[in-house]
Write a protein that binds this ligand. Structure first.
Ligand code: NAG
Ligand code: NAG
Ligand code: NAG
Length: 511
């Protein structure tokens, strides 16, 4: 969309100025750009230390955090330590972080074993990246902040390969001027085409205050700001030489925004599913149950799960056969953490709803279960319910599948696009189904009736068929493992990695 805008502006300029003038202006701009590049390079390199050959630096100012983004960082570091010990690793991180401290944190939080043989380069100005520093023009403020942050890092160390694992694209040109090659792993686009559309439609949303939506003039200014920003974002993105994204959704947006010939490579983030993959696939048939793993948050829509069970029971009661009896005997176990008073109220309301639907005697509440308890519960569940709409990924669904639990998920977001996708087939075929030679790995539902049908079908399945589906689901889940991530991550960087110079000294010799 930003490119289309750019094209439209160009076309209009062509009409007004005439084609020849436009070509001349373009040529002049090109020469000016080239000059600016040469001068910039000279200016930047005079101020930076010389490039260190055989090094890879990760730009991750909040490396001491505990989110999914950090798991990607550390799994990548581990991949290098395991396969390329000749490469020296550097991490641009917060002040006060030490390799030993970070390794300990990573072992506890992510269960990943990292050696403290990397170097920490402190970014004293990393707070420039926090959005609350910029009440207005947040995007441009943070973008400039990220450039200053990267500059602070490069002033201390210039690597051969600069890997951004946070999605801050604006420092890429700077790193290239410094002489580094640049690779990126993007979780989320800084600006999305959805946001542009929203300003265009002028609906009031969180980062689009109502006074702007109300006035056409302000709205127009905001639209110009967003488009200019998106254009710039696409331009700086072009400076990355290897680009990975964490999902199909992000891939679509980055492919649309960044000025690149090649589509970004989709490398799913690593999920730790080893412990679940080790569970046996067969189940104790005496006590069939469904499981649901989700925090008790409103968007998880637990109410729909209760209604689906009630609907499935109504359907089963009319069947008068073994499958129907299995459904009537089955239980639903809701597993989730409860964070605060609001969650507690929600649980109370859900219990009341179960009562009202007449299924309270068939529902178990497993609030604040530990990981070990969760593992035991997953080990005996037959099917797993997921009802959140438009979840970008859905790690709980991957966990179901790794444990051999057949997922019954809403047909949107990650489950639709990436996870509950039949083997040897791609998105778009109906409901994760196993027609025309592909093997079903689960069920995707759009309506309450589809949920009820799926529940009846899985609970009524014979053991051989269910194990076939569960085994396929487990194979699918292994696509999201640590090992798979590390293999794909390194493969994507193949062209930009420092050469493997066998004569180089061992990597753990730090100067
Ligand atoms: C990609 O990253 C975003 C932002 O952290 C996250 O919301 C999303 O779930 C991730 N997608 C996958 C497939 O992990
Ligand atoms: C679950 O844990 C939260 C905080 O960790 C606590 O406030 C809540 O009371 C706990 N609920 C139950 C049922 O154990
Ligand atoms: C599931 O997701 C779809 C979007 O694909 C949505 O339209 C639908 O309402 C959702 N269904 C249920 C039962 O939540």
């Amino acid at each position: 969309m930003p490119l289309a805008t750019f094209g439209a502006v160009l076309l209009a300029a062509g009409f007004v100025l005439g084609v020849e003038t436009l070509v001349m202006i373009a040529a002049a701009a090109l020469v000016a750009l080239l000059l600016a590049f040469l001068v910039g390079q000279w200016w930047v390199r005079r101020r930076l230390p010389p490039l260190s050959k055989g090094t890879v630096a990760f730009f991750h100012p909040f490396a001491d955090g505990g989110g999914g983004g950090e798991r990607v960082l550390w799994a990548a570091v581990q991949a290098f330590q395991d396969t390329r010990p000749d490469i020296r690793i550097v991490i641009y991180c917060g002040p006060g972080s030490t390799p030993e401290g970070l390794c300990e944190h990573v072992a506890l939080r992510f269960n990943l074993q990292i050696m403290p043989t990397f170097l920490c380069v402190p970014l004293h100005n990393r707070n420039l990246l926090l959005p609350n520093r910029y009440p207005r023009f947040t995007m441009i403020g943070q973008a400039l902040g990220s450039v200053r942050c990267a500059w602070a890092g490069l002033r201390q160390f210039v690597p051969e390969l600069f890997v951004d694992t946070t999605g801050w694209a604006f420092p890429y040109p700077l790193a290239r001027l410094a002489g580094s090659r640049v690779a990126a792993y993007v979780h989320y686009p800084t600006i999305s085409t959805d946001m542009l559309q929203r300003v265009w439609d002028r609906d009031a949303l969180y980062n689009n205050p109502e006074d702007v939506a109300g006035s056409p003039l302000k709205s127009l200014a905001k639209l110009a700001y967003y488009h200019a920003f998106a254009l710039l974002y696409g331009l700086v993105g072009a400076f990355a030489q290897a680009v990975m994204v964490n999902s199909s959704w992000t891939r679509r947006h980055i492919a649309e925004l960044w000025w690149r010939w090649h589509k970004p490579v989709r490398v799913y983030p690593p999920c730790d599913t080893q412990a679940l993959q080790a569970l046996p696939l067969d189940r104790r048939l005496k006590r069939l149950y469904l499981i649901s793993v989700a925090q008790f948050r409103p968007e998880k829509d637990h109410a729909l799960q209760l209604r689906a069970l009630a609907a499935a029971r109504t359907k089963a009661a009319a069947m008068h056969d073994a499958a129907g009896d299995a459904v009537l005997a089955a239980r639903l176990k809701l597993v989730g953490s409860c964070r605060n008073g609001e969650d507690e109220e929600r649980i109370a309301a859900l219990k009341a709803l179960a009562e009202e639907l007449g299924i309270a005697a068939h529902v178990d509440w497993c609030v604040n279960a530990s990981f070990d308890e969760l593992r035991l519960l997953l080990g005996d569940a037959v099917a797993g319910l997921h009802t959140m709409v438009d979840e970008h990924f859905g790690i709980s669904v991957v966990e179901y599948m790794a444990a051999g639990v057949v997922p019954i998920a809403n047909d949107s977001g990650g489950p639709h696009e990436d996870i509950v996708v039949p083997e040897a087939a791609s998105t778009g075929s109906n409901a994760g189904a196993g027609s025309s030679g592909s093997q079903r790995v689960g069920y995707r539902c759009r309506t309450l009736a589809q949920y009820a049908d799926a529940i009846v079908e899985v609970l009524g399945m014979d053991q051989v068929e269910r194990i076939r589906v569960a085994a396929a689901a487990r194979r699918k889940a292994s696509q999201f493992s640590d090992q798979r991530f590390q293999r794909e991550f390194l493969a994507c960087l193949d062209d930009v990695l420092p050469l493997n110079r066998r004569s180089a000294p061992p990597s753990n010799v730090m100067q």
